[in-house]
Ligand binder design. Structure first.
Ligand code: NAD
Length: 479
């Protein structure tokens, strides 16, 4: 058995003292417990060359071989879900270990593989035309800090199933977690008879390494999962790009809804991984005649109601004022507050509660910062509305035209249809927690790259393909 060295013990102890890990493991962007992570480079050009070799290896495989690698990725992801969940929380200080573990299991079980790639045949008087979903080549993927390893694994499964190679430029704030997942994919590849390096990443990703990736001639497709800045940058690269950007999902609750269930579902969805998923409930528009009952049901499910003064005080802490390039003052979320526990956020305004409190709720007006900004933390504003027209109007405005996700609790099919049509989101969830929209307790496959701006929607292997046609004139028809 390998002996642990004194230096390694010292590193583990230092990490625990610094609060860097939640268990006795040590990690960096290139190592885990002293084991070197596979596929991690210091130079983006070298990473792209290695990913190209991975692409060539995938190209020469049968679909069955690709599927074997994907099966192994799924198995390892389930086996090591708790490790990635722990590193994710320890490194980013965001989210909840148990919820991150569940997100990895979801990715392993419900991300489509090679079965998603289907060919079409068209026959007629002039013979047969075949359309096949072909790989792009080497994909350059940018991933977020909010679902770091989940996105790397989900993207890898889909991109490999489609026959591509992949190079990642992960979020610098979640680089150790992301690179653990890159290594996991490479270990799965080796174990299933594939190349040792199938997907690649950087040890220190930067904006510069992202720009090298965006302009490199070997990168044929860019897939970007992140906030508005990075999606804009990738879409202006001049290459084919898939952009999965920000959301600010509104929830409408009307007076036909099962209010008890709505209160529980909304708090369950809003607090999942401390509100980090981009699909999670971010603001509620409640009919005035059921608002008190809804708030009471939320309180029964771990919500803590703060008053208007407390809400204003908290808003000044969770949102920071900055001057943008145009010299204008803008507010952006404080990185010290994103994904933090509700009791930690409440303590910042002098309210001490225990861990049974999982969400902060506040009655606000429509223009309140809690409604207008995508906070990504367990704070949920509730705005009273008089009727369905006002609810839809305000909810659409709060969504800011992201066309990402919206939710509604109602038994009135006309209300449900009217909001779904008006809001035009990629995901619309009725009478369930938000995560039902990505296949967790709802039908359909999962993804952690929801491409609203570029239209691929709930991405899967087929989103990472290009269609190619082969024509056989006058023959190959059998009737
Ligand atoms: P972020 O936007 O801060 O960062 C995403 C990645 O982009 C990081 O790797 C970052 O370093 C890089 N980056 C930022 N600006 C860049 C630029 N101009 N050029 C190149 N790279 C750049 O994202 P985050 O805070 O980790 O994630 C949260 C945001 O992402 C939220 O807005 C959330 O809604 C969104 N998100 C969307 C989806 C989706 O599927 N639509 C999924 C997860 C997160």
């Amino acid at each position: 058995m390998a002996q642990i060295t004194e230096a390694e013990i010292r590193k583990i102890v230092e990490n625990i003292i610094k609060g860097n890990v939640s268990s006795a493991s040590s990690y960096t962007s290139t190592e885990y417990n002293g084991r070197k992570l596979i596929g991690i480079y210091s130079d983006m050009n070298e990473a792209i060359d290695a990913a190209e070799k991975g692409y060539k290896a995938v190209r020469s495989m049968t679909v069955e071989q690709r599927e074997k690698i994907i099966t192994e990725i799924r198995r390892l992801t389930i086996e090591e879900a708790h490790i990635m969940a722990e590193i994710g929380v320890a490194e980013t200080k965001m989210g909840k270990v148990e919820h991150k573990r569940l997100k990895h299991i979801l990715v392993a079980e419900k991300t489509p593989g090679t079965e998603d790639i289907v060919s079409e045949a068209k026959t007629g008087d002039n013979g047969l035309t075949l359309t096949e979903m072909a790989p792009f080549g080497v994909v350059g993927a940018i991933t977020p800090s909010t679902n770091p390893s989940e996105t790397v694994i989900c993207n890898s499964i889909g991109m490999i199933a489609a026959g591509n190679g992949v190079v990642f430029n992960p979020h610098p704030g979640a680089i150790c977690t992301s690179n653990y997942a890159v290594d996991l994919v490479n270990r799965a590849s080796s174990a299933a008879g594939g190349p040792e390096i199938l997907v690649c990443s950087m040890d220190k990703p930067t904006m510069d390494s992202a720009s090298v990736m965006q302009s490199h001639p070997k990168i044929k497709l860019l897939v970007c999962t992140g906030g508005p800045g990075v999606v804009r940058a990738v879409l202006s690269s001049g290459k084919k790009a898939i952009g999965a950007g920000a959301g600010n999902p509104p929830v409408i609750v009307d007076d036909t809804a099962d209010i008890r269930k709505a209160g529980k579902d909304i708090i369950d969805g809003c607090t999942f991984d401390n509100n980090l998923p981009c699909i999670a409930e971010k603001e509620v528009f409640a009919f005035a005649n059921i608002a008190d009952q809804l708030i009471s049901e939320m309180q029964k499910n771990g919500a803590y109601l703060i008053n208007a003064d407390q809400a204003d005080k908290l808003a000044k802490i969770v949102l920071e004022e900055k001057t943008n390039k145009a010299g204008k003052t803008v507010k952006s979320v404080s990185r010290d507050c994103v994904g933090r526990d509700a009791d930690v956020l409440l303590a910042k305004i002098g309210v001490n509660v225990d861990k049974s409190i999982r969400c902060i709720i506040a009655e606000t007006d429509f223009m309140h910062d809690f409604v207008q900004h995508e906070l990504m933390m367990p704070i949920l504003p509730i705005v009273r509305v008089a009727n369905i027209d006002e609810a839809i109007d305000l909810a659409c405005k709060a969504e800011h035209g992201n066309r990402h996700t919206a939710h509604m609790h109602s038994k009135n099919i006309e209300h449900l249809s009217a909001f779904a049509k008006a809001v035009e989101t990629t995901i619309f969830v009725k009478n369930a927690p938000s995560y039902a929209g990505i296949g967790f307790g709802g039908e359909g496959h999962t993804t952690f790259t929801i491409a609203g701006p570029t239209g691929e929607g709930i991405t899967s292997a087929r989103s990472f393909t290009r269609k190619r046609r082969c024509v056989m004139a006058d023959n190959f028809r059998i009737i």
